[in-house]
Design a protein around this ligand. Structure first.
Ligand code: G3P
Ligand code: CA
Length: 263
């Protein structure tokens, strides 16, 4: 049984849930790594599929190359999702761009490349979507400046939410540019994530889906923090979280998510 279910059986919570159902339609549907259940994660094929399925929010992971470019890839190394080998932080952008990021998923995606942050910002504007940019901390020294500089250059600061498990990265980003909206990722490892999120000026707490409970939502609300959760692929869990009042859900299957939110 999920923690949410255990904690949500009191009469008060049943009442709160029925009120929350009224606003279930307002839950943000966020495509996790694009529509990564249908296309290779963190590629334009996955981002295009997410837009085609109707979401307005896409999450992607950013890693820093040796020559200080931010590129969309989840792992520290290119091994799992490309034909290449090695750590992203030891490779140049030119080396990264030569890799195929689609063949591992299915032959129809051969030729997909690892996107750059700059390309993602052009895509987000063109398709009118907001990107959740997750900064992966490995080898991230100086990455804050690369990020803010690319965002300023594009004029798209309002079109992104920057998320990270590392509060120090988020803090320094907000020091460089206080207009940036940030969210603290929480997987159960940080002590008092609410206080930490408030301290760094985060607007959102991005919580692993199985850790969301009525009490967690209540504590977040008290501090005016929005709660988005990841990565939820079961329609029953999507409906439970939506009716409980989360502000957003990330899923590898945006079409299932949108359908679940409408029920
Ligand atoms: O951004 C939320 C979630 O994506 C964090 O976990 O490993 O999928 O990046 P991961
Ligand atoms: Ca992520």
């Amino acid at each position: 049984m999920l923690a949410y279910e255990r904690e949500s059986r009191s009469p008060w919570n049943i009442f709160a849930r029925s009120i929350a159902q009224e606003v279930a339609f307002r839950v943000l549907a966020i495509a996790h790594r694009g529509a990564s259940g249908y296309a290779p994660e963190n590629t334009f094929a996955a981002f295009r599929r997410a837009v085609a399925q109707g979401v307005s929010f896409i999450e992607t992971d950013l890693q820093l190359t040796r020559d200080a470019h931010l590129v969309a890839i989840h792992d520290d190394t290119v091994d799992r999702t490309t034909g290449g080998h090695g750590a992203v932080q030891h490779m140049t952008l030119a080396e990264i761009r030569r890799l195929d990021a689609g063949a591992w998923f299915a032959s129809e995606f051969i030729g997909e490349r690892i996107p750059t942050l700059e390309e993602i910002l052009v895509f987000s504007k063109k398709n009118d979507v907001v990107f959740y940019l997750e900064l992966k901390p490995n080898g991230f020294w100086g990455g804050e400046h690369a990020l803010i500089s690319a965002l300023r250059e594009s004029g798209e600061i309002p079109r992104v939410v920057v998320i990270s498990f590392d509060p120090v990265i988020l803090s320094s980003l907000r020091n460089i540019d206080p207009t940036l909206m940030v969210g603290l990722l929480f997987d159960g490892k940080i002590e008092n994530p609410f206080q930490k999120a408030v301290e760094i000026g985060a607007r959102q707490l991005a919580v692993r889906g199985d850790l969301v409970t009525p009490n967690l939502l209540h504590e977040a609300r008290k501090r005016d923090l929005q709660v988005v959760c990841w990565t939820v692929n079961s329609p029953a869990h999507m409906r439970l979280l939506a009716s409980g009042g989360v502000d957003g859900i990330m899923s590898d299957y945006p079409d299932l998510l949108l359908t679940s939110l409408k029920k």
